[in-house]
Design a protein around this ligand. Structure first.
Ligand code: E4P
Length: 219
């Protein structure tokens, strides 16, 4: 399973990249705003800065919601760097834009996916990635992981090449559950990735090893 980090924070991206397990980055307009990034020039510069840090795909979302606007913005983003993946919302014009970019060899990430039907349409349109938001589904008492399972089954039935990118991951169990049901990629915050490391027996075991080593040294 590929690990993407879901942030526009350059320090977090650098930290994840330094770990050596990072496969890409996803952003969205809210995450960009959180870092105080606004205005076309600043936005493009920030995406380029992210591409310069990470070895892998970088999802950059369009703001336009009409076909022509999405194509204009998407092409401009894609020109920035070959790592850019144009992120398109699952709306009617979005489907057309996914097809356009797919026909023109530009990678896409279909975002704001909350149902199997939406995921099926995204795959039919040739999306590179589909992003079901599992945390937001859990927030309203729907089962996010069950949706990943359902999409996995549908994509496998028809050998769709679209990769399932589990998004809105909030905690380590989401990551483990995504791996269990066969998500191709997960994107989550640095905190969720680092939380995978934690185990009290690792901490106490390491403390004992180091203490025993010190004791033996002083004998
Ligand atoms: C997906 O790519 C989105 O950026 C993201 O995962 C949304 O996560 P949230 O529900 O925690 O905002």
């Amino acid at each position: 399973m590929k690990f993407f980090i879901d942030t526009a924070n350059l320090d977090h991206i650098k930290e994840a990249q330094d770990l050596g397990i990072l496969d890409g980055v996803t952003t969205n307009p809210s995450l960009m705003a959180k870092e105080g990034i606004s205005g076309k020039d600043q936005v493009l510069k920030h995406y380029k800065a992210i591409c310069d840090i990470v070895d892998g795909d970088v999802s950059a979302e369009v703001i336009a919601t009409d076909f022509a606007g999405m194509i204009r913005e998407g092409e401009e983003l894609a020109e920035l760097d070959e790592k850019i993946v144009v992120k398109i919302p699952i709306i009617k014009d979005g489907i057309k834009a996914l097809k356009y970019f797919s026909d023109h060899g530009i990678k896409t990430n279909c975002t704001l996916v909350f149902s199997a039907g939406q995921a099926l349409l995204a795959a039919k349109a040739g999306a590179t990635y589909v992003s079901p938001f599992i945390g937001r589904l859990d927030d309203i008492s729907y089962d996010g992981i069950q949706l990943i399972e359902q999409i996995r089954l549908i994509y496998d039935n028809y050998e769709f090449e679209t990769e399932i990118l589990a998004a809105s991951v909030r905690h380590p169990m989401h990551i483990i559950n995504c791996a269990e049901v066969g998500a191709d990629v997960m994107t989550g915050p640095l905190s969720a990735i680092l939380a995978l490391l934690k185990h009290p027996l690792t901490d106490s075991g390491l403390a004992t090893f180091l203490a025993d080593h010190e004791k033996a040294k002083n004998k």
